[in-house]
Design a binder for this molecule. Structure first.
Ligand code: ADP
Length: 265
């Protein structure tokens, strides 16, 4: 623990003395450290693509001025790097919006079955590109829960997208939806949605940290797939706001299961 010590002179019954105040500031220090790390991470994540873009601008203006083919290639890379910055800023904005909403109870009544189905529809082309099949199990009957539909869409989009990104080509991402009158997690009616992939899986040592901002098992792989390292942090905040539960299970070499449990009332 870290203590902040303050000393003030006191007089007791004519005798001079000192009063020492110890305050445990470990939690405050820790919060401050997390904030510093976050700022350092954001700066680093933005600086890398920005440096690349600036470098290529110089090359296009100078050595590659008369080389149309090289110019096109560099413009292509610059556009990819700019897209990366764009995704990062988009995710940072989502994260900050979700954090500031966290105390406000979501008020819409959302049909989670059709919400998941629309997320799947949006991601089908991306899955096709990666030769991954998305399967939704369970019937089409609506299951309503109080929620914020944009945010819940983001939860399932992020999870399914990860399943495709870190899944294996030729394999599936399965979505299992089930309603229960007594969901263990909140001793009341709930809905549980699992996103299950058949990818490489995750070593158990990483699992508790996956929802930290910018935590990645393999940074290179994540960036290559267009990841920002913020997806699961956003998911966790949204589920917290919905008073739900989030669980990650994985068997290395076999695949992973991401479970979202939401109260229905
Ligand atoms: P990213 O943008 O890097 O995908 P996320 O916050 O969505 O960030 O995920 C954090 C990390 O968790 C990823 O970098 C990856 O290492 C790991 N991860 C997430 N989903 C899966 C999955 N389905 N299979 C294996 N690893 C995963």
């Amino acid at each position: 623990a870290t203590y902040d010590v303050r000393c003030s002179p006191v007089t007791v019954e004519g005798q001079g003395g000192a009063l020492l105040c110890f305050e445990d500031i470990s939690a405050r220090e820790q919060a401050e450290q997390i904030r510093r790390d976050f700022v350092a991470n954001v700066s680093h994540e933005l600086k890398t693509p920005l440096t690349a873009v600036l470098g290529f601008i110089e090359t296009i203006r100078g050595p590659a001025k008369d080389d149309a083919e090289a110019r096109d290639r560099f413009l292509e890379i610059m556009s990819r790097e700019a897209e990366r910055m764009n995704r990062l800023v988009r995710d940072l904005l989502s994260l900050s919006r979700v954090e500031s909403d966290e105390r406000v109870r979501p008020a819409e009544r959302v049909d989670l079955v059709s919400l998941v189905q629309s997320a799947v529809l949006t991601l089908r082309p991306f899955a096709d590109e990666n030769a991954v099949e998305i399967i939704v199990e369970g019937d089409d009957a609506p299951i309503f829960a109080p929620g914020d539909s944009d945010q819940l869409t983001q939860v399932f989009t992020n999870l399914i997208e990860n399943g495709v990104k870190y899944g294996a080509s030729g394999k599936t991402v399965r979505i299992e939806i089930s309603a229960s009158e007594r969901e263990m997690a909140f001793r009341g009616p709930g809905i549980r949605i699992d996103v299950v992939d058949q990818g490489e899986g995750i070593d158990p040592v990483h699992i508790p940290r996956l929802t930290e901002r910018f935590y990645r098992v393999d940074g290179h792989r994540s960036r290559e797939m267009g990841g920002t390292g913020l997806g699961l942090a956003i998911v966790k905040h949204i589920i917290n706001r919905h008073r739900g539960r989030f669980r990650i299970e994985s068997i290395p070499g076999k695949g992973s299961r991401f479970s979202v449990m939401l109260p229905v009332r």
